[in-house]
Design a protein around this ligand. Sequence first.
Ligand code: 26V
Length: 814
Amino acid sequence: MKSITKDEFMQALETKAQRMFGRTMRTASKSQIYRSVALVVRDLVMERWAYGRELYHESSSRQLCYLSMEFLMGRALGNNLLNLEIEDVLQSVCVDLEVDLEDIRNEEPDAGLGNGGLGRLAACFLDSLSTLGLPAHGCGIRYEYGLFKQKIIDGYQIELPDSWLEDGNVWEVAVPEETEVVKFGGYVERVQQGKKVRYKHRGYQSVKAVPYEVPVLGYQSPLVNSLRLWAARATTHLDMSLFGQGKYMHALEEKELAEVISKLLYPEDTHPEGKALRLKQQYFFVSASIQSVVRNFKLEGHAIHDFACKRVIQINDTHPALAIPELMRILMDQEGLGWEEAWEITTKTFAYTNHTVMEEALEKWPEQIFQELLPRLWQIVYEINERFCKDLWAKYPGDWDRIASMAIIGDKQVKMAHLCIVGSFSVNGVAQLHASILKEMVFNQFFQVFPEKFKGITNGVTFRRFLLKANPDLSALITEKIGGQWILDSVKLKEFAAYAKDPEVCQRVADIRLVNKKRLAAYILDHNNIVVDPHSIYDVQIKRLHEYKRQLLNVFHIIHLYNKLLENPGLEMQPRTFIFAAKAAPGYRMAKLIIKLIHSVGQTINSDKRINDRLKVVFLENYRVSLAELIIPATDVSEQISTAGKEASGTGNMKFMLNGALTIGTLDGANVEIEEEVGAENIFIFGLTSALVNRYYQRGDYDPLAIYHNNSALKQVLDQLVNGFFNFEQQDMFREIYHGLLYGNGGMADPYFLLKDFAEYCEAHDRINTNYGNSDSWWEKSIINIAHAGRFSSDRTISEYNEQIWKLNKVAAK
Ligand code: 26V
């Protein structure tokens, strides 16, 4: 592959700055330098893309379309530099120019088109697909505003718009000639044509879907896949003659109404109401994607009957579920197929991944909204349901309860997960435990009918972004010791385990960590004005704020440590820095209150001179991919403490392990498999198992109040929530938390078992404290974690999806 020398890069950079901004490198602003650098890199990316696209089109392989409402891509510059293998070139250019490469990188806004794990997983998958040479493209929405920017004011979360496209996006290319039209509303006319019945959609409103493509490079791979993001545009141009008639404003409003569809990413709220626009978004991107997949398929000259041999479509959770009836519509209404054949093709095309067992997150759409917005799809879903219920009736005659609970339409709602299971040939969970829970509990009735569809494929993360790029010094050390093959063959990392007892290597891992910790300390000082000690244990919990993830349990332990230090100032304890970063959904009151509590506790502890800086609490605002890349390499202890059975997989847990952090966690999601890999002595496991959690739910005999009365340390912590300890002026501020745990706020008390797990959690932390004191064994454990992270590479995950579901052929270089 063609590369670029330092002199060529420098020359290209000067030319870009002159032509784009009328500046030399000496007079260009930071933002202009970033954009000039990005444009030079972009030229190289485009060359690869052109060539990679040819490979894609010439390949006779089946192609994958990965449909997702979210792609949490983060920044592109560093990743592209890495995949082009020109980081060193740019680094030396920067030295000559006397600019800091880090400063330049920080000019790029994150592409934050996702809420959390589900969106980031989609981004890791794209990386691995290109790296493995598998022909695929992602399809999603080009949100003008990504997930909100979080500001913390007086301990409260404030949401600001994330206008990430404001200064343009050098990494995308608009392809207006491949625009599709999406139709909403109206009614369906049944037309008899000879023997055939045709359905004509009439009186609809149409919206244009304009694709923007982003190249996805792989590591040492000639294939460049694409991410296609659809933007909504009004179909009619503004008619200036309306201006004279006083109708101009009305026309403007219509235009706005169409374009609002791709305006913003919905945060995943606890409150599902008022979300008709979200259904619109779903159909918008799904319809455009399926239309374009069928169009390109036909352009290749295939017969429609072969569709499922040549295409496979993965749906990322139920959000793109409308793709199933949409393909049915196209096959029947446009291609003229009958129901049976269309259904056969459809059910051989789709595969569905479930990402959560949380009841409130399983999507259901009110019948009426569905019917009004998508009249033709409603008919099709209705028919799918009728036929499915008929089949169930044949299998379970008279078992109405079972049929009612499995139906796709029921209680005046469309149950999207049921539609996905019935309309796909594959249903997968994202970790082994999660897959078992789907089979044995959440979707058990479906498992009994379609056992062959169910699979478990454990998530993974891209090692290129989260180790090679985020932690270059550790990567270099690993490569020095075992060679560079681990970058593409992650299982090779195991060879690093041979160095777990090597004092020199342990010391170097420790030194690298310290440098990363100092870098984070500087960021914390800069952003939070808090001084933290890089020699303290950095104990980190960064993820969306949810009650089931139990940030609150973490806070309780911190308060407990603080109480112990106050009681016994001579206590032997490693200095600790507890670091949080988390966004709460704007409508999720309890989550926001927990953020406030973290700040109040932090304020009290950080300013208490008595504890002599042995404890610090830091909340970093605006959690996002680029911030994760800074925090993870600096982490000693990774908090993965969800209520067992609730976290489908987790992927942060993998990123931390890969960077040598030790996990304190429950037997939940992929933590179970992390323990399998590293062994019980190299992870700090505590708490209820998911089986025990379920037993409590079933029996209804959980009694948090009894635990409160029996554990004086815990009682003290809980009482401090309501006695003004952390907020003297407003003593009742945190009463809702206290009340919910002891008596329940309307529902079950302490439904996530914080009180039950508290004692064991504290004991696990005590073990961490002792272990960190004995530094040899700490670094040995750390190295063992790194060495056994290979299983959690998204390359392994993608290989499994490909073997078990997609069956794509690797594209070879010419
Ligand atoms: C959404 C909601 C919305 C309403 C309130 C409760 C609730 C709970 C969870 C969710 C998450 C929806 C899907 C999701 O993001 N799942 C995450 O997917 C990751 C990738 O598979 C996985 O690692 C995480 O464990 C899982 O939470």
